[in-house]
Design a protein around this ligand. Sequence first.
Ligand SMILES: *Cc1c(COP(=O)(O)O)cnc(C)c1O
Length: 435
Amino acid sequence: MACRSAAGAPAVPTPDWFAEGERHIWLPYTQMATAPPPLPVAATEGTRIVLADGRELVDGIASWWTACHGYNHPHIRAAVADQLARMPHVMFGGLVNEPALRLARRLAGLLPDPLNRVFFSESGSVAVEIALKMALQYRLNQGERGRHRFVSFQGAYHGDTFAAMSVCDPEEGMHSLFAGALPEQHVVPLPRGEAGIAAFNAFLDAEGDSAAAVIIEPLVQGAGGMRFHEPETLQAVRTACDRHGLLLIADEIMTGFGRTGTLFACEQAGIVPDIVTLSKALTGGTMALAATVASDRVFEAFLSERADDALMHGPTFMANPLACAAANASLDLFEREPRLAQARAIERHLEAALEPARALPGVVDVRSRGAIGVIQLDDMSRIDWLKARFVDAGVWVRPFADIVYVTPALTIDEVDLTRLTDALIDVVTAWSRER
Ligand SMILES: *Cc1c(COP(=O)(O)O)cnc(C)c1O
């Protein structure tokens, strides 16, 4: 693919749609008074973002790690186009559609037994809300009334809606602002090592009876700062849940679909959660779709003669056929193409290529797992400066919290991956010199 130098931006007028619409939109997590204007995008292709002025950026983020096969994959595009011609949407109340049922069967097949029941929704946060509601109502349906809290972990991120916010890290998360308005949960340290595991068990001995479930992002805490933990931690959490009669919710929204080198992160610990949430890469970055997958035991607790025992949830656009067609096509690609091997190859590249950053003044840590690479800095006061330098260097990388990170498409080739990691090292080196 031809690649124009990012620095030599051709003088192309700002598109009308940008000039006319920009003052009417409200951007995510953005201080609209001071933030530099967003960049108008004309097109995406593979691992490139084409800006309206003609500059082409190598994408380091894959649109919040959704576009695992790169953008505009012809197989996904064809599947969506085909579905669009037949039936873009039909309600899921009392009616079902073929792409959704096929997807449910395939997800149940990919996840370990007994994770066999799929409840669709349209965003990760909602999938988490549904998982929490399932766990609460699972208890209520069994006549247990006192368990309305959740146990979650420091550094966690589970979404932006209110119940999801309540299980995020209360201090470091984006949601400390609403602390007083959120239901109070038990947010505890991740159990690391023998002492950590003992402390976690002691906590559950004391407080476990007030909780319905434990929720965890397996192996990687994503939006809380791309922090990693070992499979042993996950195993300890599973064991503790069993011992204390708590359901385990694995939020695989970030880690699912190959990001950590296995299809699901839980596989690396050999554990089976009671409920799994999926979204982000589910449709290969094509459409909004999420799923909350429950074990047979959880599902069966909702079966009775009483209408009130049914799960009380139903998003309007749940199981949207277009989105499910995209997800089925994405799963085809996982079957046909070596995505997991690609993720592991990216890990090897990131490990070697980012290592030189470790010696730079101001760099706190360098780490990678699967197709996730992180450089942690000691000071983010010049975050806008960093963002601008990355664009100048021809890559799309968006630092947040105290990290510069990449989560590229699993299909990124050696040329683009090298451009990306070279730019990371160059920009962080320049940052380090000027600090
Ligand atoms: C992104 C994310 C969510 C929220 O998903 P949205 O689609 O943005 O609502 C929840 N949990 C994890 C682990 C995530 O990475």
